[in-house]
Design a protein around this ligand. Structure first.
Ligand code: PEP
Ligand code: MN
Length: 337
């Protein structure tokens, strides 16, 4: 349920409404707008009549929110959520590019890739230290050693770093090195993990599950937000369909749908969305044209030697060319990169 205050509502009238919210055992989330202040009510609102608020001075109207996601809902919070990570702003006018290898393989591989993506104009460095692999015999990541290389790359190149966290008990460790916590597609519905990242002060990069619907992705974002962390990015990274030519099917519909349904920044991942480096550039451009706030792109200096996801990784030169294309596209869309 949301309570929309009149433009003329006084501070005192607003306070009275907040007091009533408290008395009713609900939680209020305030969203001050240019003309209207919106109060989002979270809790068991089903048992409360809109009339409880409609009659109060300063209230313009009361609307029931039909969707089960509340904090992530744009009706609750009409303005875009903007997330600040160091000097990088996510969800604003500027399109943000996160790039780097799928896995952190060694200090030299990470630093070489970080140098290349920084030169090309990427804003955030990615690299997996804890890897969710389909086979237990595949490279599982360097663990904390990988986190240390990421932190070193951040110091050298002045870029915030993002890396995946796979288990609730590893959240504090990963958060002590990383600027952004990635929740992988396989963990989109790991509710204990979502609760754990909801309790730390690090933005969360939430990937859509392999078979996750748009609503399930939003409900997972709701878990993080309901545990106290409002800084969540929604990531379209392709879903499972009957198509096998590509690794996944990048659901372009999800980008404008998520932007309409939610105020959270939306990011496209054309690397996992396609699984093929030749498709990464066109799908990256499509994601930006559809309204994405940013991209995650895998880059490796020697994709043929990559420990994971080499087939979808761009060589630095190709990444540089894509960044040049994206700069022109952003300008045509009234944005920048
Ligand atoms: C990754 O970013 O390397 C990754 C494992 O992605 P996803 O969880 O989307 O498969
Ligand atoms: Mn990968």
């Amino acid at each position: 349920m949301i309570v929309v205050m009149k433009p003329s509502a006084t501070e005192e009238e607003l306070q009275r409404v907040l007091e009533r919210v408290d008395v009713l055992g609900l939680e209020a989330h305030l969203s001050p707008g240019e003309s209207h202040t919106i109060i989002g009510l979270v809790g068991e609102t089903g048992r409360i009549s809109p009339n409880a608020f409609e009659v109060m001075p300063g209230v313009e109207r009361v609307v029931r929110v039909a969707e089960p996601f509340k904090l992530a809902n744009r009706e609750f919070h009409p303005q875009n959520t903007v997330i600040q990570v160091g000097h990088v702003t996510i969800g604003g006018e500027k399109i943000v590019v996160m790039a780097g290898p799928c896995s952190v393989e060694s200090r030299s591989q990470l630093l070489e890739t970080a140098h290349a993506v920084k030169e090309a104009g990427a804003h955030i460095l990615r690299g997996g230290a804890f890897k969710p692999r389909s086979s237990p015999y595949s490279f599982q990541g360097l663990g904390e050693e990988g986190l240390k290389y990421l932190a070193e790359a951040r110091e050298i190149y002045g870029m915030p770093v993002i890396t995946e966290v796979m288990a609730p008990e590893e959240v504090d460790l990963v958060a002590s090195y990383a600027d952004i916590l990635q929740i992988g597609a396989r963990n989109m519905q790991n509710y204990r993990l979502l609760q754990a990242v909801g309790k730390v002060e690090r933005p969360v990069f939430l990937k859509r599950g392999l078979s996750g619907t748009i609503q399930e992705l939003l409900m997972s974002a709701e878990y993080v937000m309901a545990n106290g962390n409002p800084n969540v990015m929604l990531v379209e990274r392709g879903i499972r369909t009957y198509e096998t030519y590509t690794r996944n099917t990048f659901d372009i519909n999800a980008i404008p749908a998520l932007k309409q349904l939610s105020h959270l920044p939306v990011i496209g991942d054309p690397s996992h969305g396609t699984g093929k480096w030749r498709l990464v550039g066109p799908v990256a451009r499509a994601a930006i044209a559809a309204g994405a706030d940013g991209l995650m792109i895998e880059v490796h200096p020697r994709p043929a030697e990559a420990f994971s996801d080499g087939a979808q990784s761009l060589k630095p030169k190709r990444f540089q060319a894509l960044m040049d294309d994206l700069r022109a596209l952003a300008a045509a869309l009234g944005r920048s990169l």
